[in-house]
Design a binder for this molecule. Structure first.
Ligand code: HEC
Ligand code: HEC
Ligand code: HEC
Ligand code: HEC
Ligand code: HEC
Ligand code: HEC
Ligand code: HEC
Ligand code: HEC
Length: 355
């Protein structure tokens, strides 16, 4: 390569370099010629004004601060521009993406979720990524102002599931979350995140077949609730109960945790509105598909019975009695056998010597 050629190549690559930077630097400025105006808006057919002002500082504080406008609004290629399509977050958030966007099977899971399938079938009320995570304001989920900060998740889901949110907020779990108890479940604690399924599907975390297992993640043997003075034998006592055994045998109509406790409105036993409050328990057991003829006496029996605990009253003593009876019978039998053997040995010896 001679000197002239080298010079030309250098100039050319320099030009490309400059052009590249101008191009990327321009897009934001280009957009902001119009979208930085506070009063820019579009008018809907109904006459409603939709503001189109873009506050750059919000984007600047987001996880996407390094992204250009057209990285997301990729279909805007000329100015003035046509109405762009809805942003597709999957442009970057897919497995093996080159920009370092958090990935995994997020999108695949979402596509098979109740929301993803609803979007696919044309339900425009069902959420896509930005409806849960935000538009220009996606911030790291550990920040307390993020829509995905654990304490804010119920409100984020609740923006669409309004009534459920209102019920949940007053439940023992909702109140605990508001008070900062991180171990108490938010919506995703029971439903999952990108894999939310309809409760009608058996493999949903909240289906009739699986809900007891989901509650037991926290209320079971190794569950977190022991920290809060709540007994962790609730799941074991349920499994050993008639209801638990019937469920393991595949009976769908039998009671699970949620049939007695509810799910969005779980409350403490001493709460007058609780389904397990002594004043309401007859009604809970007696619901039409369970025990329609239940009497107050029928329902007054303890449900989570653990015969190993003294609190179980007569059952505890009966179980103790049988334990003592069994052990003493065994010891008695053992002594009897020993004595019998000894006697047989003695007679045998006497026979040999005595003759
Ligand atoms: C010449 C001014 C102008 C420029 C430059 C401009 N826009 Fe717009 N933009 C508008 C107007 C006006 C509308 C509303 C159009 C309508 O009424 O539907 C709009 C609408 C939009 C919308 C749709 C909002 C909605 O909800 O309907 C997006 C997104 C958007 N612009 C992004 C951009 C991006 C990204 C750029 C830079 C690449 C850009 N715009 C550059 C004027 C501009
Ligand atoms: C991380 C992706 C991302 C980036 C980067 C981004 N936007 Fe957006 N923008 C969105 C999403 C998501 C929406 C909501 C509408 C949608 O879902 O398409 C939106 C909405 C808008 C709207 C409609 C008004 C509003 O606020 O809802 C305008 C105008 C707009 N963007 C302009 C811009 C401009 C100008 C830039 C660069 C300064 C930019 N956007 C950068 C994702 C992005
Ligand atoms: C129904 C609401 C919902 C939708 C729709 C949704 N997500 Fe999420 N996403 C969540 C929840 C809840 C979490 C877990 C937050 C936590 O507890 O850390 C999460 C976590 C994430 C994370 C991990 C970082 C974080 O904020 O915790 C990323 C990245 C993410 N989602 C991207 C996406 C993408 C991309 C899409 C679209 C394919 C999407 N999400 C759709 C609710 C949603
Ligand atoms: C142009 C590529 C690109 C697009 C498009 C994009 N993202 Fe991202 N996203 C990234 C990158 C890169 C990161 C990692 C940023 C970091 O860690 O500094 C990220 C991070 C995230 C996080 C992680 C926040 C956390 O808590 O760790 C979420 C959530 C997220 N994006 C959601 C979205 C949503 C919602 C959209 C659509 C509106 C979207 N992204 C579109 C590139 C993109
Ligand atoms: C943008 C609104 C929106 C947001 C945000 C949203 N959802 Fe939904 N959700 C819907 C719609 C609409 C459906 C109905 C889909 C269908 O069955 O056609 C649905 C369905 C569901 C279902 C199944 C209901 C059934 O009877 O089959 C569950 C469970 C659910 N959402 C939980 C959640 C949780 C948990 C969150 C937060 C992480 C959330 N949703 C966030 C709109 C939303
Ligand atoms: C303690 C666990 C738990 C928590 C927390 C929880 N759910 Fe549920 N959710 C369930 C169960 C169990 C069902 C299924 C009940 C059934 O068999 O129909 C359900 C059902 C649903 C449904 C389907 C419609 C219905 O009412 O049956 C939606 C939508 C839903 N939940 C959204 C939410 C939202 C939004 C939040 C947060 C505000 C939330 N859930 C919190 C356990 C929970
Ligand atoms: C993510 C863990 C988690 C899940 C899942 C969970 N819980 Fe809880 N639960 C807790 C915590 C933590 C508390 C204590 C809250 C407090 O501080 O008052 C609690 C409290 C309770 C209480 C009140 C106990 C009392 O008398 O103080 C009942 C009843 C209960 N849960 C039932 C359920 C049922 C039924 C389900 C399933 C539908 C369920 N929980 C799912 C963590 C969980
Ligand atoms: C047949 C109805 C029924 C079923 C099924 C049931 N419970 Fe209960 N649960 C009750 C009643 C009644 C009480 C209050 C009296 C008692 O402690 O036995 C109670 C009490 C509780 C308490 C409060 C204990 C405390 O320390 O204050 C928790 C937590 C609990 N149940 C969790 C569960 C979980 C988790 C499941 C499923 C694995 C479940 N329950 C299944 C009826 C039921």
């Amino acid at each position: 390569m001679n000197g002239k050629h080298l010079k030309q190549t250098l100039i050319l690559s320099g030009l490309i370099f400059i052009l590249f930077f101008c191009e990327t630097g321009w897009t934001l400025e280009k957009c902001q010629i119009c979208h930085s105006k506070k009063d820019i808006h579009r008018t809907e057919e109904t006459g409603r004004k939709i503001p189109l002002f873009v506050d750059e500082s919000i984007l600047g504080k987001s996880v996407h601060s390094e992204r250009e406008c057209t990285d997301c609004h990729a279909d805007i290629v000329e100015i003035p521009h046509k109405k762009p399509k809805k942003v597709n977050c999957k442009r970057c958030h897919y497995e093996g993406n080159p920009v370092g966007a958090p990935e995994g099977q997020l999108y695949d899971q979402f596509e098979h979720s109740v929301h993803g399938m609803a979007v696919m079938s044309g339900n425009d009320k069902a959420p896509v990524c930005q409806d849960c995570h935000g538009n220009h304001d996606v911030i790291i989920h550990t920040d307390s102002t993020s829509k995905m900060y654990w304490q804010n998740i119920p409100k984020t889901c609740g923006s669409c599931h309004i009534e459920i949110y209102a019920t949940y907020k007053e439940s023992v779990h909702g109140v605990a979350v508001a008070n900062g108890v991180k171990d108490s479940p938010v919506c995703s604690g029971c439903h999952g995140e990108h894999n939310i399924r309809s409760p009608k599907e058996d493999d949903s975390r909240v289906s009739q077949m699986r809900i007891s297992q989901t509650c037991s993640e926290c209320h079971g043997e190794k569950g977190v609730v022991s920290k809060y003075g709540i007994k962790t034998d609730r799941s074991a006592t349920f499994e050993h109960s008639f209801h638990g055994v019937a469920q393991q045998m595949g009976n769908r109509t039998v009671a699970n945790c949620a049939s007695c406790h509810g799910y969005h409105d779980v409350r403490k036993e001493d709460d007058p509105k609780s389904s397990i409050n002594p004043a309401n328990i007859k009604e809970t057991c007696g619901s039409a598909d369970c025990h329609p003829t239940a009497t107050a006496e029928f329902a007054s029996g303890q449900i989570h019975i653990n015969p190993k605990s003294e609190e179980s009253g007569i059952l505890y003593y009966i179980s103790k009695f049988f334990l003592i009876l069994t052990v003493s019978t065994l010891i008695g039998l053992f002594i009897f056998i020993l004595m019998d053997l000894f006697r047989r040995a003695k007679t045998a010896r006497q026979k040999r010597h005595g003759k």
